[in-house]
Ligand binder design. Sequence first.
Ligand code: TMP
Ligand code: ASP
Length: 250
Amino acid sequence: MSPDHGALLYEGKAKRIYTTDHPEQVLVEYKNDATAFNAQKKAQLEDKGRLNCQISARLFELLEAQGIPCHYLGLAGDTWMLVQRVEVIPLEVVLRNIATGSLCRQTPIQEGTRIDPALLDLYYKDDDLGDPLLTDARVRLMGLVDDARLSEIEQLARRINGVLQPFFDGLELQLVDFKLELGLNKAGELLLADEISPDTCRLWDQRSRDANDRIMDKDRFRKDLGGVMQAYGEVLKRVHTACPNPRNCL
Ligand code: TMP
Ligand code: ASP
């Protein structure tokens, strides 16, 4: 069931954003579309929208309870959430606690190396350019954000990691790495935006020793491992045990 909503404001690869009667609030609809490798690989995964929406809602509430400002206002259905309208900063902020993925493809760092303190990588959010890796100097040169805002973003991202890592650990899931997007609301406040889900995190099941079996995130889709939605379902099941009653704003 979809809530009453206004016009479609924006459609991304995994979500649609709609206006509401309130100018500073928008509705986010999570889609079943799955993409990887800058949308070169595509599929429809039944129930993905619901699982990511429900997982994200609980993680936003967990973060909010720890004082992390989030755009999230509440759930508005199985695949819908109400959020504050923000201008998304075109940066993808990746925190890495364990080396894998592009870090191991692009450097000699060994797969599985623990990284403490976490490595923070910034990417320019631009599909046409393939989301290139940035340096602080490039961020400054491009005028994406000023130095004070960049350091605020880095501190916020590290605080988020400081909440999520022990939380997932308690669920016997290792938070390997994850991607954040941040936005500014009308008052100019920096808020965590977008989603936090198995689409945007790497999670390894500590109950499994097998390098493929333990993968509980979108790498199952990227690597054609099968069982993608079963893994997302298991993540929701574990997150749900810790946060059973997310806020409904309808
Ligand atoms: P990477 O190892 O491919 O750079 O990915 C790092 C993390 O960022 C991983 O948790 C997956 C996530 N991610 C996204 O959410 N969106 C993307 O477009 C990419 C490339 C990675
Ligand atoms: N989200 C990106 C895409 O579609 C890449 C990825 O997550 O692997 O294309």
